[in-house]
Structure formats: structure tokens, C-alpha cells
Design a protein around this ligand. Structure first.
Ligand code: NAD
Ligand code: UDP
Length: 315
């Protein structure tokens, strides 16, 4: 049996990862400060003999004997990571340093949840891992983007200088059941708005694009990358669904799937909002044999089914 630490384990993606690890027989230590995560996300695992939940902030060091560390702790939605930007960058830099230090000390394999945001507002499209990005170092998104870029640097230097066995995944926009109702990201906003009878808020003209991956597909990719031991296993790997949509297309699809005729309203485009984003997954496909399986329409149907009772419970 493997002992696995999941930081940010009570968040959206972390909780799905904990589910998968428990299902395959691992022992899971889930660590979270509950900033954007919730105990309810892992409530069904509490009491399981192979599951442990710890309230802890990764800005502070911690010592736990584990074989693997998945470092997911960090707010991911712009409204949350901009709420306290200094805390966000501390989480990515001091927090990742603490978790890498732990991995070094207990000789654990280390996994960093990085992001497509390291490419900033990309001028290369789609984005391969070899692209260094176009990031504003002083803007309102920088606390997240630059924090995650520095976290990647830390991973590579702990690997090169201290032999830590690191993996880096660059996650592209991922959605699914258990996203917080007020998470603030586009899929949860549109679904929440459509189910509660409010206009769908498209920022700017709505021609900016994103590529949306369903959470179960992503977690499958996480596990394959963690098991992968090829010569380039320490290099970043993009994981995302190459299907690319404008925000207007997404809003129209959510309206269709929720059966509403609510209006779409336009709100100001936030500063530094990337205009386009699509993963080049050639490396991931070749090394991990990974492909996304869930089409946006199917994934949205599952997400809507999960949101509907939660939205109704609030009425
Ligand atoms: P989330 O906000 O639901 O989860 C983040 C979790 O980390 C929450 O449970 C939060 O309480 C916890 N956390 C935050 N700061 C912490 C700290 N200092 N100490 C301990 N716990 C802390 O977001 P998510 O979508 O599940 O994202 C998980 C990870 O994946 C993040 O690192 C995020 O940057 C990355 N990511 C996600 C996406 C996506 O589309 N979902 C895209 C790119 C990268
Ligand atoms: N967006 C939108 N309406 C919303 C929330 C977001 O049009 O209610 C847009 C946002 O401007 C961005 C895209 O949707 O262009 C994705 O935003 P999100 O915050 O989900 O992720 P990120 O920008 O970090 O990729």
C-alpha cells in the first residue's frame, strides 16, 4: 500500500484525486486550509480507514511519512487568487518549497499542479510545453501566473540539485461536479446563473477561447504522469482537452443543456485576460498514452446534474 499526501485535497480537483487514490487501494493524507475547499467535498471519505484529513496551511512546514506528494494547494479561480495576492504567491512559492523539502526529506515522488497560465496571453497557438509564454510580471494575474512559474523552477532545481523525483503537470481549464457554486470560474458561473434564472455574464465580446477538460479525464492523466518513468518524466506535461470554444459558444451550450432562454449580458473584460488557449498534447499523448475521453457536452451534462440540487437547496 502506498501512502499519498494530497495538498489542496478538499478542493475541486483534489477531492476527485483523493477518490481515485482511495478506490485503487492507496492510503491518503488529505491536507487543506479550507480557503476555497470544503470538508463536504471529502465528507464521504471521512471515517474511511485509509483516509486522513488534516487542516494545515502549506505555507508552514509539516512532516508526514509518505511515498508520493501531490501538491495541488492553491486557489485557482481569479476572484479567489486575487482576493489576497500576497498569500497566493506565498502559497505557490513558500508552500511548494515546504512540500519539496518534505519530499526531499522522506524521499517521496513529488507532483506539482502547474497551469496553462504559465503561458500567459500566448502568442504561440496551440501551446506546446517548449513555449516559454507571454506573462505580465506586474499585473493582477501575476500573483498566480508568476507564482506557478516559480513553483516549476523550484521543482526543476530541487530535482537537479537535490535529486527529488519531480513531475510537473500544466493543467488547462478543467471543470466538473463539486466545483464550488461561487467558484467564479466561467463554467461554474454559467451553470449557476442558468440554474438560478440569472443572465449569463460573458466578459468582453466573448470571442476569447478556452479548452475545457472534464475532471475525471484530468485525474487519469495525473496518475499516468506520476507512474511515468521515461527519460523526460521531469519535464512539464500539458494535460487538457484540445477542443477549443469561445465563451459565447460555451454560454450558448449551457443555455441549451439547461433548457433556458435567459439573456447573455456582457460585462467588462478583466485585465490581462488571455485571448486564446489550447493545449498541444503531443508529448502527453506519446509518453502517457493519454487522451481526453469526455466531450464538453457530456461533461457539462454531468456538471449540471451535480449543480442542480445544490442550487435548489439554496432557494
Ligand atoms: P480549488 O480552489 O477548488 O482547490 C484548491 C485547494 O487548495 C482548496 O481546497 C484550498 O482550500 C486549498 N488551499 C489553497 N491555499 C492553501 C494553502 N496555503 N494551504 C493549504 N491548502 C490550500 O481549485 P482546483 O480547481 O481544485 O485547483 C487545484 C490545483 O490545480 C491548484 O493548484 C490550481 O492552481 C491547479 N489548476 C487548476 C485548474 C482548473 O481548471 N481547475 C487549471 C490549472 C491549474
Ligand atoms: N468569463 C466570462 N464570464 C464569467 C467568468 C469568466 O466570460 O462569468 C471568461 C473570462 O473572462 C475568461 C474565460 O471566461 O476569458 C475563462 O475564465 P476563468 O476564470 O474560468 O479561467 P481563466 O481565465 O483563468 O482561464
Amino acid at each position: 500500500m502506498r501512502r499519498v499526501l494530497v495538498t489542496g485535497g478538499a478542493g475541486f480537483l483534489g477531492s476527485h484525486l483523493c477518490d481515485r487514490l482511495i478506490a485503487r487501494g492507496d492510503e491518503v493524507v488529505c491536507l487543506d486550509n479550507f480557503f476555497t475547499g470544503a470538508k463536504t467535498n471529502v465528507g464521504h471519505l471521512v471515517g474511511h480507514p485509509r483516509f486522513e484529513l488534516i487542516r494545515h496551511d502549506i505555507i508552514e512546514p509539516i512532516l508526514v511519512e509518505v511515498d508520493w506528494v501531490f501538491n495541488l494547494a492553491c486557489p485557482a479561480s481569479p476572484i479567489h487568487y486575487q482576493y489576497n495576492p500576497i498569500k497566493t504567491i506565498k502559497t505557490s512559492i513558500l508552500g511548494t518549497m515546504n512540500m519539496l523539502g518534505l519530499a526531499k526529506r522522506v524521499k517521496a515522488r513529488f507532483f506539482q499542479a502547474s497551469t496553462s497560465e504559465v503561458y500567459g496571453d500566448p502568442v504561440v497557438h496551440p501551446q506546446p510545453e517548449s513555449y516559454w509564454g507571454n506573462v505580465n510580471p506586474i499585473g493582477i494575474r501575476s500573483c498566480y501566473d508568476e507564482g506557478k512559474r516559480c513553483a516549476e523552477t523550484l521543482c526543476m532545481d530541487y530535482h537537479r540539485s537535490n535529486g527529488v523525483d519531480t513531475r510537473i503537470v500544466r493543467i488547462f481549464n478543467t471543470y466538473g461536479p463539486r466545483m464550488a457554486l461561487r467558484d467564479g470560474r466561467v463554467v461554474s458561473n454559467f451553470v449557476m446563473q442558468a440554474l438560478s434564472g440569472k443572465p449569463l455574464t460573458v466578459y468582453g465580446e466573448g470571442n476569447q477561447t478556452r479548452s475545457f477538460c472534464y475532471c475525471d479525464d484530468l485525474v487519469e492523466g495525473f496518475l499516468r504522469l506520476m507512474e511515468y518513468e521515461g527519460p523526460d518524466c521531469h519535464e512539464p506535461h500539458n494535460i487538457g482537452n484540445p477542443g477549443e470554444f469561445t465563451m459565447l459558444e460555451l454560454a450558448t451550450l449551457v443555455k441549451e443543456l439547461t433548457g433556458t432562454s435567459l439573456p447573455i449580458v456582457h460585462e467588462p473584460l478583466p485585465a490581462d485576460d488571455p485571448k486564446q488557449r489550447q493545449p498541444d498534447i503531443a508529448r502527453t499523448r506519446k509518453n502517457l498514452g493519454w487522451e481526453p475521453k469526455t466531450a464538453l457536452r457530456e461533461g457539462l451534462q454531468k456538471t449540471i446534474a451535480d449543480f442542480r440540487p445544490r442550487v435548489e437547496a439554496e432557494r
